[in-house]
Design a protein around this ligand. Sequence first.
Ligand code: SF4
Length: 300
Amino acid sequence: MKCKLCNNKAVMNGFCSKHYVEWFENQVFKTIKDYQLLSPDEKIAVAVSGGKDSKSLLYILSKKFNVTAIAIDEGIPGYRDVLLEGLKQFCKDLGVKLKVYSFKQEFGLSLKEIVDSRKFKNSGLKPCSVCGVFRRYLLNKHAKSFDKLATAHNLDDEVQTVIMNVFKNNKDLLLRIGPITNKKKGFVQRVKPFYFLKEKQVAAYAFLKGFLPRFNECPFSYGLRSNVARLVNDLEVKMPGFKKNFIQAFLKIKQLAAKQGFESFDNVCKVCGEPSSKPVCKTCELVLRFNPGFKQLLKV
Ligand code: SF4
């Protein structure tokens, strides 16, 4: 099949590689414009993991915006350290500043040390439950000096996250999902320029641009998200357009909830002073559970 715009062979969405890359970047800039995600006079932090999605996002945003890359080193030997090495070179080539914050430095323990501890093994928790909470916390904490925090979440991620938060009855987190979060004291506004692009579209862009890392499978990842991803992909095959329809319906419901004044995170954590819906935030609860002697979180 030929490209819709030239005589070259079509590789994705009916475009050749050159026109697909252009189409993809235009879609990203369109979402940014339509949802007023970013403006050129703002200082933007871009959350980067070293994986294909966040490298693609950093590359595209660096074309038009004032960006700094922020990475979190959870302490997963043989995985994050390898990705971070590639990321350092990537940022250097792009001329973008990279800041790295680690669990070990901030919470006294790496993720590996937490996961290997007897307390964790007896807790019934999964590594991702601790990792996700700590990473969100550190990104928010260190992006506060910026106007916005951009993340590379795509349409598939968002559909899966909505479904998983419904499964877990996480209404606070559900209300924070969307292409841009509301302005709220203590929180940097998060924006997701890939919000309406499917996982495979982002992967195709990263592949064509040569942004795929050597490997990117976390040894601690566990089944729930991949089960939900499979379910969502099956539904998309049976009902083409399911992902987009689902997320658009969700955004409408969220808008209605906002009109009802349904807010959360109105308190601050009495341990660290960060925003929290409970007297002690989830991060401090977990740190004090696995590393009770760690005092650095305490407010001064
Ligand atoms: Fe963390 Fe889980 Fe992602 Fe691994 S898969 S980096 S443990 S959230």
